[in-house]
Design a protein. Structure first.
Length: 112
């Protein structure tokens, strides 16, 4: 896939990372990932309410519902990050800033 066709832009600056949708395909993919999270959250809330009404104690709800939900959410976040990174144009902000500084320095030298 050429960089112009990639649906995301991956900005890398030091230890910071930002991934943004670039075009309609990126926004659609992002919406699908968010829909999956919203559905999983809805199922978790529903299951928690049902378990509470069934008489489960707080410890059982934590052990059998909340902790697995947090684990699934972590796996979901990692999978989304890897998916988006694999389909991103990578922009190294630090190298771009270094190039800008070099150009500014050379312009100052030329003016002297």
């Amino acid at each position: 896939m050429r960089d112009e066709e990639k649906p995301f832009v991956y900005y890398k600056s030091g230890s910071g990372v930002k991934i943004s949708p670039r075009n309609a395909a990126g926004w659609r993919a992002f919406a699908v990932w968010m829909l999956a999270l919203f559905c999983a959250t809805g199922v978790f809330v529903w299951a928690t309410i049902v378990a509470d009404e069934a008489g489960w104690d707080d410890r059982s709800i934590l052990l059998f519902l909340t902790l697995p939900f947090l684990l699934v959410t972590g796996v979901w976040a990692l999978a989304m990050f890897r998916y988006m990174r694999a389909r991103s144009e990578i922009v190294d902000v630090d190298s771009l800033l270094q190039i800008k500084r070099d150009i500014d320095r050379s312009d100052k030298r030329k003016r002297r």
